[in-house]
Write a protein that binds this ligand. Structure first.
Ligand code: ZN
Length: 239
């Protein structure tokens, strides 16, 4: 079966018009096209364009209609340079892989992962590199439902270095307005805290990073939050 390399979609959108740089002819006569996001393609996108493409990628994921990724072609096309459109901060949870659930390919985004998707100075530095030096236009903080780190913060779990990490999530627990049972057994509360944690994290990024706050104020970058629902596969963007 002929592989559909020519239909490489960038950020998931089939864009034959722009992604048609023919690199050569592979064994078997298959034409090989530039597969990874180029600088020109990325630079012409606005932050809102990129967010819209991420939403569409999640819709394809939910519909089981992911792009036919040719990872080898993407790897080869991106080896000499990368022009990612977004930097994502997400949880380490094995069920919430940001690239997969937004149908992204190699070279499309930076992704920092840490339990509970909180920021620290190193992650802020990574985001500043991504946006100021590498030209990325969207900072996405992605939380998810049924998050174990959030449950641990609610329970004030104590374990080695995890104790300090969970302490960084505690402000979200305290700040969550919730009328019912405030326990880790109540998933509605857990998810409300996870959402508040994303909100506080995006606020934290603006407050602690002058570089990113200025890029956002100039319109070059957008900082947004989202919650991924493990049950439905839906990625809901907000703020
Ligand atoms: Zn998690």
């Amino acid at each position: 079966m002929e592989r559909n390399a020519s239909r490489r979609s960038f950020l998931g959108v089939t864009c034959i018009a722009i992604a048609t740089t023919i690199l050569g002819v592979a064994p078997g006569g298959r034409r090989v096209y530039a597969a990874a996001l180029t600088k020109a393609q990325r630079d012409k996108l606005t932050p809102d364009d990129i967010i819209a493409l991420m939403k569409k990628g999640n819709q394809r994921f939910r519909a089981g209609q992911e792009s036919p990724h040719d990872y080898l072609a993407q790897q080869k096309a991106s080896a000499k340079g990368q022009y990612p459109a977004a930097v994502i901060l997400s949880c380490i949870d094995s069920r919430a892989p940001a690239e997969t659930i937004m149908d992204l390919g190699i070279g499309d985004c930076f992704n920092a992962r840490v339990a509970g998707n909180i920021v620290n100075d190193d992650i802020l530095g990574s985001m500043e590199f991504a946006c100021k030096l590498a030209g990325t236009k969207v900072v996405l903080v992605m939380g998810h439902t049924a998050c174990g780190a959030i449950k641990g913060a609610i329970d004030k779990a104590q374990l080695g270095n995890l104790t300090g990490l969970l302490a960084k999530i505690r402000p979200a627990v305290e700040a969550t307005q919730y009328p019912g049972e405030r326990s880790a057994k109540n998933y509605a509360f857990v998810d409300a805290v996870a959402r508040k944690n994303v909100e506080l994290t995006t606020a934290d990024i603006r407050r602690r990073s002058i570089v990113l706050a200025e890029l956002e104020a100039s319109g070059a970058v957008k900082i947004v939050g989202a919650m991924y629902n493990l049950e439905t596969g839906i990625l809901e963007f907000f703020g």
